[in-house]
Design a protein around this ligand. Structure first.
Ligand code: ADP
Length: 192
């Protein structure tokens, strides 16, 4: 199954994507994690993207697309994947659609996590206290949400138009949200 999960920062996207990957045996492809790993390893890519992540700006599309193109060809992604954090610009979405069409694959479902922005902000501030993620400061959170509204909401609308987008009520507990995702994925599997 090829799954895309969309939702603002703090919507629980990463948490849910990880669970989907474990439960359904698909690859968890999370661009944010890949960039943080590159930064931690001190690679050329890491050095390039570090200031962008620190300030909440997007990494340029060419770098992000190159990374995803290679990642989706790895063995563990051949049977299915859950994309988390990509695409988040219309240019990325168009490349993804073309890339998948080119290899005869498609997104089986697009999950949209529905949640009020104030709740996202509260969650990210809580996460900052617990995990100390460098981009969870009030200023950077505001910048990331602004980028989401401007660049990623059009991506949500693009996939809504395909008829394969399903809304998930994401203001509840992680277990409740995951249960709703499981119901949705079961229906998708029956349809396939
Ligand atoms: P969040 O969505 O909570 O900000 P992520 O881990 O998904 O967290 O992303 C962290 C940062 O990594 C983003 O703020 C951005 O700088 C960069 N990033 C991740 N995915 C992409 C992408 N698809 N395109 C451009 N930049 C990205």
């Amino acid at each position: 199954m090829n799954i895309l999960i969309l939702g603002p920062q703090g919507s629980g996207k990463g948490t849910q994507a990880k669970r989907i990957a474990v439960e359904y045996g698909v690859a968890h492809v999370a661009t944010g994690n890949m960039f943080r790993a590159a930064i931690a390893a001190g690679t050329t890519l890491g050095l390039q993207v570090q200031p962008l992540l620190a300030s909440g700006q997007l990494v340029p599309d060419d770098l992000t697309i190159g990374l995803i193109r290679a990642r989706l060809q790895e063995d563990d992604a051949l049977d299915g994947f859950v994309l988390d954090g990509f695409p988040r610009t219309m240019a990325q979405a168009e490349v993804l659609d073309a890339m998948l069409a080119g290899i005869g694959r498609r997104l089986d479902v697009v999950l949209e996590l529905l949640i009020a922005e104030e709740i996202c902000v509260e969650r990210m501030l809580g996460r900052a206290r617990e995990e100390g993620r460098g981009d969870d400061t009030p200023e950077v959170i505001a910048a990331r949400l602004e980028v989401y509204r401007r660049e990623t909401v059009p991506v949500v609308e693009h996939y809504r138009a395909t008829g394969r987008l399903v809304g998930i009520r994401a203001e509840r507990t992680p277990d409740e949200v995951f249960a709703e995702i499981q119901d949705t994925l079961e229906q998708v599997e029956e349809r396939a």
